[in-house]
Design a protein around this ligand. Structure first.
Ligand code: PLP
Length: 463
């Protein structure tokens, strides 16, 4: 494909994406395919001869689209959103075209410097501690996912303690409501023991239970090494008390990592910042612009209060990576801030998004989603046959039928078979619940109103 052909097909591809977004609302949100059906429509072997691009585009519609789950539909209320947006896609396209590999500052200086600057911007935008800027002792880096950031935090915690004790005798703590990536991180790092600390009535980690578990482990000859707090759990967006946990972590010499994967985006609005009180007692932090901040996957923002332990844990310099800029010590080499060596120019899409929407555009989006969630919460609370399962802290509403579990499950199934809306049927304390997550790029008030009408109808309908 030469430049002229690329132009032609490129314009067409942009049209294709714009058409998709314009009409995604009318598509059936969940695909109707059986396992293996999509790949069975593809040939057994890769083509030997070049194929016309028109044929490839035709197969995109015919083979791929029937198997797509429409995460960009405004009826997306499942899991958390994985938002895309026009400026993010254009930033992604520019990054793909440049095709740089930014493992070192020297392998493409702009790749590193744009990322550092954008991450420093976000320290101010989100009310994070000033020390977390790359111009200070800490710094920010874009990881592929919150899970990777959390795994890395556990690896750093292990490294910090490794001069005193082997990983077998280390303990990692997190709440029973934390994301599975904390447990997986402990496995990846070979931490000997993981404790799932009890939560309170609001499903937040209990500091008293944490202290208790730490004391019991010390008495048993083990070494507390890591505690993972969550701001906005995946189940119900519960918020752990960061300050109380941070104080325990400080006095016990544990690494304190915060997972704010979804809810972190809300901190761009000052009225939510009380939920992150105690950040000065945190060693590492992650949130996902690729969930609620209009930036398509993958873009996970990780911060360190002090970057030295991370670089001690991860830096290895074979001869072929040696260069003057690195040796002069005046540049950041992001390969030391992540597990892989190679890295793409992910900061471009985030930069495009922050500039295109401006902080006020993102704040307006967050506030509108939260307003819609509160509106839905009021309706659920006022309905005699429905009850909230957890407080609506941000834009996630969790509820169940006051009658039987079967009726709760029937509401979720009814929504998901509507064709236009999709929610998660989750489980808490062995009982089903309906989990409505509001925040998709294209969701408006009318979609939430329509969802409420459907919920009401399914709730009141006799089985
Ligand atoms: C979504 C989520 C994750 C996982 O995020 P990835 O970027 O997909 O790894 C981790 N923690 C919490 C609290 C989440 O909600």
């Amino acid at each position: 494909m030469d430049a002229a052909e690329f132009r032609k097909h490129g314009y067409r591809m942009v049209d294709w994406i714009a058409d998709y977004w314009e009409k995604v609302e009318d598509r059936r949100i969940l695909p109707d395919v059986k396992p293996g059906e999509i790949r069975s429509r593809m040939p057994q072997a890769a083509p030997e001869a070049p194929e016309p691009f028109d044929d490839i585009m035709a197969d995109l519609d015919e083979i791929v689209m029937p198997g797509i789950t429409h995460w960009q539909s405004p009826g997306w209320f499942a899991f958390f959103p994985a938002n895309s947006s026009p400026p993010a896609v254009l930033g992604e396209l520019a990054a793909a075209g440049l095709g740089v590999q930014g493992m070192l500052w020297a392998t493409s200086p702009a790749c590193t410097e744009v990322e550092s600057q954008v991450m420093d911007w976000m320290v101010d935008l989100m009310g994070l501690p000033q020390e977390w800027k790359t111009t200070g002792p800490g710094g920010g880096v874009i990881q592929g996912s919150a899970s990777e950031a959390t795994h890395m935090a556990v690896v750093i915690a292990r490294h910090v303690k490794s001069s005193q004790v082997t990983a077998d005798d280390m303990v990692a703590y997190t709440s029973a409501q934390a994301h599975s990536s904390v447990e997986k991180g402990a496995r990846v790092a070979g931490i000997g023991h993981l404790r799932l600390v009890e939560t309170d009535a609001n499903l937040a980690m209990s500091p008293a239970a944490l202290s208790h578990a730490v004391a019991a482990d010390r008495a048993g000859g083990l070494t507390p090494a890591f505690v993972g707090s969550t701001v906005g759990t995946t189940g119900t967006t519960a918020v752990d008390p960061l300050r109380a946990i941070g104080e325990i972590a400080g006095s016990e010499g544990m690494w304190h990592h915060v997972d704010a994967a979804f809810s972190g985006t809300a901190m761009i609005c000052e009225e939510f910042r009380h939920y992150q009180d105690g950040l000065e007692l945190v060693d590492s932090y992650v949130f996902n612009p690729h969930k609620w901040m209009l930036t398509n996957f993958d873009c996970s923002a990780m911060y360190l209060a002090d970057r030295r332990p991370m670089i001690d844990a991860l830096s290895i310099t074979p001869p072929y990576l040696r260069n003057q800029a690195t040796e002069g010590g005046e540049v950041i080499d992001y390969r030391d801030w992540q597990v892989p060596l190679g890295r793409r120019f992910r900061a471009l899409k985030l930069w495009f998004v922050l500039r295109s929407y401006g902080a006020e555009g993102i704040r307006a989006k967050v506030r509108e989603d939260v307003r819609l969630a509160r509106w839905l919460t009021e309706r659920v609370e006022a309905h005699p046959l429905l009850e909230l399962v957890a407080p609506t802290t941000f834009s996630l509403v969790s509820f169940r039928h006051t009658g039987s579990d079967e009726e709760t499950s029937r509401i979720a199934e009814g929504i998901n078979s509507s064709g236009w809306a999709y929610v998660t049927a989750s489980i808490l304390d062995d009982r089903p619940l309906v989990r409505v997550s509001i925040g998709q790029t294209n969701t408006e008030a009318r979609h939430v109103r329509r969802l409420w009408e459907l919920i009401k109808q399914l709730t009141e309908e006799k089985t």
